[in-house]
Design a protein around this ligand. Structure first.
Ligand code: ZN
Ligand code: ZN
Length: 264
């Protein structure tokens, strides 16, 4: 009998400010204005499903619309990567959503992330340590330290669940976390800035591809795609060409809102 696969649904794949941006007339934002355009990106978040278990990854300012538009009616837990607004700024909305389900929603994160937003009825915080694990329904999650914010006291996490890992906000991956990522087959990773952009808080596609190759993953999915990218179709073509040349054995996907991927 076939084992059920985990499914990751991308609720958002964009940067700190959603795309298209108000008042912009550049190629990316013009493309993002078109209905159903893949350049249209809400703040990054995802929903991981396995059998009856559903885990939300991050809750930014778009979370209400994201849950409603995908008709999400049940979540077992939410995991937060870090305290930046685009990852956790929708906690009040999430609390309101949870109260409509009549169940208290566990939120796994680190203490500094919770401290920035306070408590909400409807949410129950469970504090985690990097390197630690938690069992949520049928899934065991490991919390991995990522380097992202330049500000001290602003820790960031990535998550490993089975053979899938998700790290949407990454400047670099610490050695200890690379050890915990060994054996991952599908890696969802930050590639916020287009090639040759210098920004210290995030990765560019070439750096993400290097991590994927070093780890020997089969499938790299780029997310947190920012405003320095060309329109989606053009970016996808350029990325595939780059991967063919530099990482011929790697399956590469540029995520877009609404994308579903599977990992057995
Ligand atoms: Zn723009
Ligand atoms: Zn951030």
């Amino acid at each position: 009998m076939l084992e059920a696969a985990m499914e990751l649904l991308f609720l958002g794949t964009g940067p700190a400010e959603a795309i298209p941006r108000m008042g912009h007339d550049d190629a990316l934002c013009r493309d993002g204005m078109k209905p159903h355009s893949k350049s249209r990106r809400l703040r990054s978040a995802a929903l991981l499903r396995f059998r009856e278990t559903s885990i939300l990854l991050d809750a930014g300012p778009d979370i209400g619309y994201q849950l409603a538009s995908h008709r999400v009616q049940h979540i077992d837990a939410a995991l937060l990567t870090h305290a930046h607004l685009d990852a956790a700024g929708g906690l009040r909305t999430l609390a309101d959503w949870a109260s409509t389900t009549g169940r208290v929603l566990p939120v796994y994160t680190e203490l500094p992330t919770q401290k920035r937003y306070g408590t909400f009825s409807g949410l129950e915080y469970r504090f985690v340590k990097s390197g630690g694990t938690a069992k949520i329904g049928a899934l065991s999650t490991r919390f991995l330290r990522m380097r992202h914010s330049l500000q001290p006291g602003f820790p960031t996490l990535g998550f490993r669940i089975g053979k899938l890992a998700y790290a949407s906000d990454v400047a670099s991956i610490p050695t200890q976390s690379l050890k915990h990522l060994q054996g991952v087959r599908t890696l969802v990773l930050d590639a916020a800035f287009w090639f040759a952009q210098k920004y210290r808080g995030h990765l560019t596609p070439d750096k993400s591809i290097k991590y994927a190759q070093w780890l020997g993953v089969e499938h790299l999915v780029l997310t947190q795609t920012g405003h320095t990218y060309p329109p989606h179709a053009e970016a996808e073509r350029a990325l595939k060409a780059y991967a063919r040349e530099h990482a011929p054995h790697l399956k590469l996907t540029l995520a877009h809102d609404g994308l579903r991927i599977k990992q057995p």
